[in-house]
Ligand binder design. Structure first.
Ligand code: ATP
Length: 322
């Protein structure tokens, strides 16, 4: 699945072989009549870090709860690791709501309690399992420290460790950086990449465009319960033009030069001018501007962002407040 499928899902089985998550027409209508998820066709390739992106209230949590068997769909189909969600659960780690940890217990003792709650886990190997999980999230050195002394990032990493007490093929994280400070956010993003590098598919919801752009290989964009687009990060923006941005106090002169070069969609901003780069070499554009006496304070090639994709497809800004 290297190409963007926009809102169109692949409809042959062949295309979904190897998918960690597939949904077809997945819909949740709450008793209130609210349609939280509307005919969702999602294909999450195995091995991807898949960003499930959408403003607050766009249906991300409801979808995740259906995928984990916590909410019954109104209609549609879904498979997780090729199985109905409930059957897949032993192979799926999830952090949906912050797990309840005891503040006065250490990180290791908290995990011990989690582990003990799993009837299939052998007691004999518990210590090894917990040490491995703590090591995996970078908390080995803090294993004996009380939870209440943990930073926000450490707390979230402990939650991820709890989800990774058993070998998992898929890790589902609902807004894992929500409420974290910048340091905690960096820690969690780095951890997600490490987990993916070990071969685990990671399905992570977020309302932060830049976060998904940085952390994920693929993304699906939701709006008001509906899928707007999905594909690799690169393919999502492939249809959008790369632009050149010129910082200059001589905007009017710069516009004339860019238009003379035959550049499309030339726009003037506050002390800058942008245009579609097309087949033009940025250094030649710069030379032409300078040759005409335009004072160029900065020149950048701007690749389209996921926000541009969202705006292009919906005609709306990406409003994180829903
Ligand atoms: N149990 C429920 N009963 C009725 N409506 C609900 C219920 N749960 C969610 N909704 C509604 O469904 C819509 C989607 O909510 P959901 O929580 O799935 O969105 P979200 O994208 O995860 O947003 P957030 O990040 O704010 O949780 C919202 O309008 C929400 O108010």
């Amino acid at each position: 699945m290297d190409t963007a499928t926009r809102a169109d899902a692949p409809d042959t089985l062949v295309e979904t072989v190897g998918a960690a998550i597939v949904t077809r027409g997945l819909t949740k209508r709450f008793r209130s009549g609210q349609v939280a998820v509307d005919a969702l066709d999602l294909t999450v390739p195995r091995g991807s870090v898949f960003g499930f992106l959408g403003p607050n209230g766009s249906g991300k949590t409801t979808t995740i709860r259906m995928l984990l068997g916590l909410v019954t769909p109104t209609s549609g189909e879904q498979s997780v690791l090729g199985l109905p969600p409930v059957q897949a659960l032993p192979k799926v780690g999830a952090v949906v709501e912050g797990p309840a940890f005891y503040p006065y217990l250490s990180g290791a003792d908290n995990l011990m309690r989690f582990d003990a709650a799993d009837p299939t886990a052998s007691r004999a190997t518990a210590r090894r399992r917990i040490a491995d999980a703590l090591d995996r999230v970078g908390l080995a050195a803090a294993a004996g420290k009380r939870y209440r002394t943990y930073s926000l990032g450490m707390r979230q990493r402990l939650a991820i460790a709890a989800a990774l007490l058993r070998p998992r093929e898929l890790l589902v994280l609902d807004e894992p950086t929500n409420g974290l400070d910048p340091q905690g956010t960096r820690e969690v993003r780095a951890l997600v990449k490490e987990i993916a590098a070990d071969g685990t598919t990671v399905f992570v919801s977020s309302h932060l465009l830049a976060e998904v752009e940085q952390m994920c290989t693929h993304a699906a964009i939701m709006r008001a319960g509906k899928l707007v687009a999905q594909g690799t990060i690169a393919s999502l923006s492939a249809g959008l033009a790369v632009r050149i941005r010129v910082e200059t106090p001589d905007a009017a002169a710069a516009v004339r030069v860019l238009e003379r070069l035959g550049m499309d969609d030339v726009r003037t901003g506050d002390a800058h001018v942008t245009a579609e780069l097309g087949g033009h070499a940025p250094e030649r554009v710069n030379a032409a501007l300078v040759g005409e006496g335009v004072a160029v304070r900065g020149l950048a090639v701007v690749r389209p962002s996921l926000e541009d994709v969202f705006v292009g497809l919906t005609g709306e800004g990406f409003d994180v407040d829903g």
